[in-house]
Design a protein. Structure first.
Length: 245
């Protein structure tokens, strides 16, 4: 067992804690370097949290966009149904008018013949009586069909209006979700840039201190430099990489 392994076991330190211990005294330079490393770690964690949040809000935005698309499709479907119902109503009204016009025309024709008198007039008078007292089923059926078509159209229009309003709400939700996702992505990218700057500052400071040759802390500076390089390998990138702490 090596000495360092024994010390770690005996004093219950981690390797990281042991190597962070000041060597030959905690100089201002060493304390600053350690603080800079801690700042890098803090920035990276903040960046990763921001990236994770951006991923969540982007997933939520996709869900709301999908829901909006479904609502839009439903609105289109109900609008088509309303148009079909309106067409059926128009056809029913046309059939009713045709029945009414035919009935009225037949009535006027027979009245005119009846008023002419004579044998043909008597015959027309009898036909008029039969016509007026005849089976009104075709006309009544046309009236019922037109009334049913009107109700169907009213119902379809209400459903289409409700679907349009739902689609509009879903569209607004999707836009809001997309905006929130975009803002979270911007914040994540800013956080990553701040982490990159903290890393660059720490690397520059350590390089400067090592070049000065402060012997009593060279071991710790070496360790801190190693830690920074390790952090750099796992530095979060906008949109993908994960941190390992």
């Amino acid at each position: 067992m090596g000495l360092l392994e024994y010390l770690i076991w005996e004093y219950k330190f981690t390797v990281d804690e042991l190597m962070r211990r000041p060597q030959g005294g905690a100089t201002a330079e060493l304390l600053k370097a350690q603080a800079m490393l801690e700042e890098v770690e803090k920035r990276f964690k903040t960046a990763q949290a921001a990236l994770d949040r951006a991923s969540v809000t982007e997933a939520e935005a996709k869900k709301t966009a999908d829901a909006s698309a479904i609502k839009a499709a439903e609105a289109t479907k109900t609008a088509q149904a309303a148009a079909n119902a309106a067409a059926e109503q128009q056809a029913a009204l046309g059939a009713l008018k045709a029945q009414e016009d035919a009935y009225a025309a037949k009535t006027e024709e027979l009245k005119a013949k009846a008023e002419a008198g004579g044998v043909s007039g008597m015959k027309a008078k009898n036909e008029l009586a039969q016509h007026l007292s005849g089976d009104p089923l075709p006309l009544n059926k046309a009236k019922l069909t037109a009334a049913a078509a009107a109700k169907k159209t009213d119902k379809a229009n209400l459903e289409a209006q409700a679907a349009r309003e739902a689609a509009e709400r879903a569209k607004k939700d999707a836009l809001n979700a997309a905006e929130a996702a975009a803002q979270d992505r911007i914040r994540a990218e800013v956080a990553v840039k701040e982490g990159e700057k903290a890393l660059a500052d720490a690397e520059a400071y350590l390089a400067e201190q090592k070049s000065l040759g402060t012997g009593e802390t060279l071991g710790t500076f070496w360790w801190l430099d190693r830690e920074l390089k390790y952090r750099k390998e796992f530095m979060p990138k906008t949109g993908s990489a994960k941190l390992l702490f």
